[in-house]
Write a protein that binds this ligand. Sequence first.
Ligand code: SF4
Length: 343
Amino acid sequence: MERLTDEKAVFLLKNGDILTLGQQADKVRRQLHPGNIVTFIIDRNINYTNICVNECNFCAFYRRPGDKGAYLLSMDDILQKVQETVDAGGTQIMLQGGLHPDMGFDYYIDMLTTIKKKFDITIHSFTATEILHFSKITGYSVTEVLKRLQAAGLSSLPGGGAEILVDRVRRIVSPKKLMTADWLNIMRCAHKIGMKTTATMVLGLGETVEERIEHMRKIRMLQDETGGFRAFIMWTFQPGHTKIGGEKLSSWEYLKTLATARLYFDNISHMQGSWVTQGKNIGQLTLAFGADDLGSIMLEENVVRAAGTSHHMSVNTMTDIIKKTGSIPAQRDTAYNIIRYCK
Ligand code: SF4
């Protein structure tokens, strides 16, 4: 199939018929993933601290040091959460936190080694934002930071922190956060040492349609170079309790962009639908718009909840909503290997 050009992708986002786009994206999904299987993972986000010096204007999660509600989890708290994840059949944890001004790199290395000593669980953790912070506080190169984390037990890197990979937007919504070139460089460095990652996108941060495609182009080009992205995961900005506020992007816009992304990314295998921001019903509908995976059942989620959006999912509900679309639900691991079919 001919590769979708940027111009065509912009045209589709602006003028494409949503149902036709959905049908085309669904066809691609079925070609890429024969057998009509839709996957999900059981995991937990462990947000070890909400204290952060970056103060992004779109973030409702962070607190300044000393603020009411600011916290730093103890190692015992973290281990307890990992134990609960294992008990619930979870296979992955995502450690993610704010940029704490007082914690040294050893704190993160100890966190990984202590967890790995006690549990056989995949650690898919930290975002590019944290990796750049670790590089700054240690003076190590990004590659050195990643190698040390990998040696301590980090398996793969989530694609968080990408939001919109256009500096015009980033300077408005998160001026202290890493810029586009940093995010891409960290992903490239991770891929080069054999560490797989995902790629993400947050819609509704004031970006133009052209900038959405610019974001996708940068990821598609890097994937051509490294092949290190396992999945593309897209969700919408949740404005509640944030400095920039504003309106939520419509589900219509979300589905249309998801279908276009499925058509655009001829080099990324998996496309995830976001029930966490869209709710169960639209989450289910993403499976007709190119998504082949519904991500995690999220035993714990704090970042989206801080912005006032809270949807819940159990394994039974997850399998039920997948079955109702005529697909076969399957629990997967971090690398998208099937662990079990839920027939
Ligand atoms: S988005 Fe991340 S880096 Fe920005 S303020 Fe929130 S926790 Fe900090």
